[in-house]
Design a protein around this ligand. Structure first.
Ligand SMILES: [Zn+2]
Length: 65
């Protein structure tokens, strides 16, 4: 997991005793932006997308026949 210092914007995977190795601040959090941990939510959105396409196909077939 990657960490980012909020004081000096240092970004890295290694932390020295829970503090920033660049400035020594303990104000560390996770960096913003897409991470690999976003996979479950994208999987859910993919399922919703497939559901909507299925509904659209169903409505089209229902109108045609
Ligand atoms: Zn820092």
């Amino acid at each position: 997991m990657e960490h980012q210092c909020h004081d000096c914007s240092y970004r890295g995977k290694r932390l020295t005793q829970g503090s920033c190795p660049a400035c020594g601040s303990a104000n560390i959090g996770r960096p913003k932006g897409p991470t690999t941990e976003d996979k479950p939510s994208s999987k859910t959105s993919t399922l919703i997308m497939f559901g909507l396409w299925g509904l659209l196909a169903y409505l089209l077939i229902d109108k045609l026949f």
